[in-house]
Design a protein around this ligand. Structure first.
Ligand code: NAD
Ligand code: UDP
Ligand code: UDP
Length: 312
């Protein structure tokens, strides 16, 4: 039984821009699931800038319409409020699958997008996570399953697929209150609250600026290699060092408050990106010192809005 033609009794949605089929080469029709989110919206900016036709599927669960509002009205852009757990019919050339519903439904969303890619012969890129190297939660296990499913469709149906394992990424439009360390520290410093360091603060992470990630994702999609590729910035910082950079950037007098850490918190995380360097010719170019201020400007705007006029 196939899904190609009718939806039968199923709740298939049929949407899509009227771009002639077979229009290959320069202009592509690209689907970005989760395109109203943090990473997705930056990816959409780049693809629109490049001249592509972009369809975003997002249920606005953690993403915000404001992230892509500047494209609404552009005939090459379409925003569809839809949950990837429900099947959908579209005609596209490439699928960047970033939507990440809470596990285990993550797996259903990935299956539907693989099914869609198979039906229309689109190239499919999965955004997996560094967490697959040390599974801690249902989220990580869902991503592992999604990787396995993606490889099954590749081997079983000869589909073109790509897998990225993304390491800690930050930048403008990041969720303010989702508890990640960079967003926590920046929001805390701006609100004149103490920076909460978990444990002794000697654990390390490597922080990648979002434009570097987007460049890596596009190179991966356009290149000839399936992956998986680690995409991250190898520059390593302890949480205390990160707190210091945030203090220097926002408020030298910001206080630090130590809080108990969770038991399963990895002591170190640093990507080995030699494969991406060699095969994609990619490596990050934006340092934490350069990237952080760009994120701070955005957070300042969103936290204080119009209330705070430019007083420095
Ligand atoms: P995000 O939460 O900002 O973006 C995810 C988007 O998907 C949101 O806009 C959300 O509304 C949408 N979404 C969620 N469930 C959906 C569903 N069922 N149907 C349709 N849309 C749905 O997160 P992000 O940081 O931009 O992450 C993008 C991808 O990169 C995710 O797959 C994430 O797992 C992966 N990733 C990100 C990081 C990071 O540091 N940001 C690290 C590792 C992996
Ligand atoms: N699917 C979809 N859009 C499509 C084609 C498929 O959402 O254009 C969904 C389909 O409903 C199914 C999943 O993708 O739930 C996997 O489809 P596939 O054809 O690979 O598997 P099958 O349904 O034949 O087992
Ligand atoms: N962390 C912290 N203070 C916070 C939030 C997180 O010290 O307010 C620490 C956390 O214990 C971890 C690191 O920062 O060691 C990165 O946490 P995050 O959740 O951002 O990313 P992940 O642990 O998934 O790499």
């Amino acid at each position: 039984q196939g899904h190609g033609g009718g939806g039968g009794g199923m709740n298939h949605r049929r949407v899509g821009m009227r771009v002639p089929l077979g229009l290959k080469g320069k202009v592509s029709r690209i689907l970005v699931t989760g395109g109203a989110g943090f990473v997705g919206s930056h990816l959409v900016d780049r693809l629109i800038e490049r001249g592509d036709h972009v369809i975003v599927i997002d249920n606005h669960f953690t993403g915000r319409k404001e992230n892509v509002l500047h494209h609404v009205g552009n005939p090459r852009f379409e925003l569809i409020r839809h949950d990837v757990v429900e099947p959908i019919m579209l005609e596209v050339d490439q699928i960047y699958h970033l939507a990440c519903p809470a596990s285990p439904t993550n797996v259903m969303g990935t299956l539907n997008m693989l099914g869609l890619a198979k039906r229309v012969g689109a190239r499919f890129l999965l955004t997996s996570t560094s967490e697959v190297y040390g599974v801690r939660s249902c989220y990580d296990e869902g991503k592992r399953t999604a990787e396995t499913l993606t490889m099954d469709y590749h081997r079983g149906h000869g589909m073109q697929v790509r897998i990225a394992r993304i390491f800690n990424t930050y930048g403008p439009r990041m969720c303010i209150d989702d508890g990640r360390v960079v967003s926590n520290f920046v929001a805390q410093a701006l609100r004149k609250e103490p920076l909460t360091v978990y444990g002794d603060g000697k654990q390390t992470r490597s922080f990648q600026y979002v434009s570097d990630l987007v460049e890596g994702l596009i190179r991966l999609m356009e290149g000839d290699h399936v992956g998986p590729f680690n995409l991250g910035n190898p520059g390593e910082f302890t949480m205390l060092e990160l707190a210091k950079v945030v203090q220097e950037t926002i408020d030298p007098n910001a206080k630090i408050e130590f809080k108990p850490n969770t038991e399963d918190d990895p002591h170190k995380r640093k990507p080995d990106i030699s494969k991406a360097k060699e095969l994609l010719g990619w490596e990050p170019t934006v340092s934490l010192h350069d990237g952080l201020p760009r994120m701070v400007d955005d957070f300042r705007q969103r936290i204080f809005g119009d209330h705070e006029k430019e007083t420095g």
